[in-house]
Design a protein around this ligand. Structure first.
Ligand code: SAH
Length: 327
C-alpha cells in the first residue's frame, strides 16, 4: 500500500531505457534526496562546517568583506551562495559583513523547496534561483560549501567507455570497473562563474572535500545517518557525493577568465584568516563555552578531522587584489 517512491520511479526509468549513465543516476537520486528533506545536523544524515560553528561563516564573510574593501568597495556587489543548506553559513557571513560595513543583496541558488523554506527563516529579503544562469550581472561575492560534491559525475572504464547503471535481479548495478571520473556539471558552473568574475569583478570561495590531482578512480559514496552506505541501494534516500577534482576545476576557472588561488587545506586556510583569534574572542565573551568553542575549532581545522581532506579554492576577478589566506 506504500506510495511510489523516487526509487521506484528510477527503477522504472532504467528498465524502460535499458540503462542510464552513472551521472544521470546520481542526478536523479540527489534531486529526490534534497527535494524531500533537510539532511543536515545531528538528527539528519551529515553535519557540515557551518553547522559545527558560527566561526566558519563569520570568517568567510570577513574574508569576502576584506577583499571587497581592498577592491575599493565596488558598487552593486551581491552575495551569492550555491546550495546554502539551512542558510546558516549565509546568516553568519552576512552578519560579519554588516559589521564591516557591507550589506549586499542576497541571491541563493537552491533547488530544494524544503531547504528554501529553511533559508527563508534565517535570511531576510533573499532572492532564489534554480541555477546560476539567472544571477544578476554584477560583482559577485560567492560562496559554495559542500555544493559541488553533490553534482553528478560521469564514470569511465579503462577503455574509456562511460559506465551505466542497470537493473539486475531487482538491484541497481553499475556495469563495469571505474578507471576515472569527471563532472561536466561542476566544470560548467565554475567556468560560468569565472566568466562573470572577469566581466563584473568579484570573488568566489569554493570549499569541498576532494583532491588536487586528477585520476583517483571511483569516489562515489553514499552517506546515511552519519555512516557510509551503499550508493547502489535506496537511491533518493541517501546523500550521494563524489570527490571534487580541484585540478580540473582550477583549469576551467582559469580558462573562464578568473585568477585561481589554492586549493589549500581548510585547516591551514582557516588558521591563516584568523580562526584562532575569532575563537579566543568568542571564548572571552562566553567563558562557559570555552571548551565547546575549542572543540569546534579543532573539528574544522585538525588534519585528522576536516582540516586536510576539505580544501578551499578561491576564484578572483582579474583586477581584484589577492585574497587572504592563500599567500
Ligand atoms: N552548503 C550547505 C549545504 C550543503 S548540502 C552547508 O554547508 O551546510 C548541498 C546543498 O546543495 C543543499 O542545499 C542542496 O539542496 C543543494 N543542491 C544540491 N544539488 C543542487 C543543484 N543541482 N542545484 C542547486 N542546489 C543543489
Amino acid at each position: 500500500m506504500s506510495r511510489p517512491t523516487a526509487e521506484d520511479a528510477l527503477r522504472r526509468r532504467i528498465e524502460a531505457e535499458g540503462g542510464i549513465s552513472v551521472a544521470d543516476y546520481m542526478a536523479a537520486a540527489n534531486a529526490a534526496y534534497y527535494a524531500g528533506r533537510d539532511p543536515l545536523g545531528a538528527k539528519g544524515d551529515f553535519v557540515t562546517a557551518p553547522e559545527i560553528s558560527q566561526m566558519f561563516g563569520e570568517l568567510i564573510g570577513l574574508w569576502l568583506a576584506d577583499l571587497w574593501m581592498r577592491a575599493d568597495r565596488p558598487a552593486g556587489a551581491v552575495y551569492v551562495e550555491l546550495g546554502p543548506g539551512r542558510g546558516t553559513l549565509a546568516a553568519d557571513a552576512l552578519r560579519a559583513m554588516r559589521s564591516a560595513g557591507l550589506a549586499p543583496p542576497v541571491h541563493l541558488v537552491e533547488t530544494s523547496p524544503v531547504l528554501r523554506a529553511a533559508q527563508a527563516e534565517r535570511i531576510e529579503g533573499a532572492a532564489w534561483h534554480e541555477d546560476i544562469s539567472t544571477l544578476p550581472e554584477a560583482p559577485l561575492l560567492l560562496v559554495a560549501n559542500e555544493f559541488l560534491d553533490a553534482l553528478p559525475v560521469r564514470q569511465f572504464d579503462a577503455e574509456g567507455r562511460e559506465l551505466m547503471v542497470r537493473i539486475e535481479d531487482g538491484r541497481f548495478v553499475r556495469d563495469g570497473a571505474v578507471e576515472r571520473e569527471d563532472s561536466p556539471a561542476s566544470l560548467a558552473i565554475v567556468a560560468e562563474i569565472a566568466g562573470r568574475l572577469a566581466r563584473h569583478g568579484g570573488a568566489a570561495i569554493v570549499i569541498d572535500y576532494g583532491h588536487d590531482r586528477p585520476g583517483r578512480g571511483d569516489t562515489l559514496q553514499a552517506v546515511s545517518a552519519h555512516a557510509y552506505a551503499d550508493p547502489w541501494e535506496a537511491p533518493g534516500s541517501r546523500d550521494l557525493t563524489a570527490h571534487v577534482d580541484f585540478h580540473a576545476l582550477a583549469a576551467a576557472a582559469r580558462a573562464g577568465g578568473a585568477r585561481v588561488f589554492g586549493p589549500r587545506g581548510q585547516g591551514d586556510w582557516l588558521d591563516a584568516i584568523g580562526i584562532g583569534l575569532r575563537a579566543a574572542a568568542l571564548a572571552r565573551a562566553a567563558p562557559a563555552r570555552t571548551e565547546e568553542i575549542e572543540a569546534a575549532r579543532l573539528r574544522l581545522t585538525a588534519p585528522d578531522q576536516m582540516g586536510r581532506l576539505f580544501k578551499a579554492m578561491a576564484l578572483v576577478a582579474p583586477r581584484w587584489p589577492a585574497p587572504g589566506g592563500f599567500a
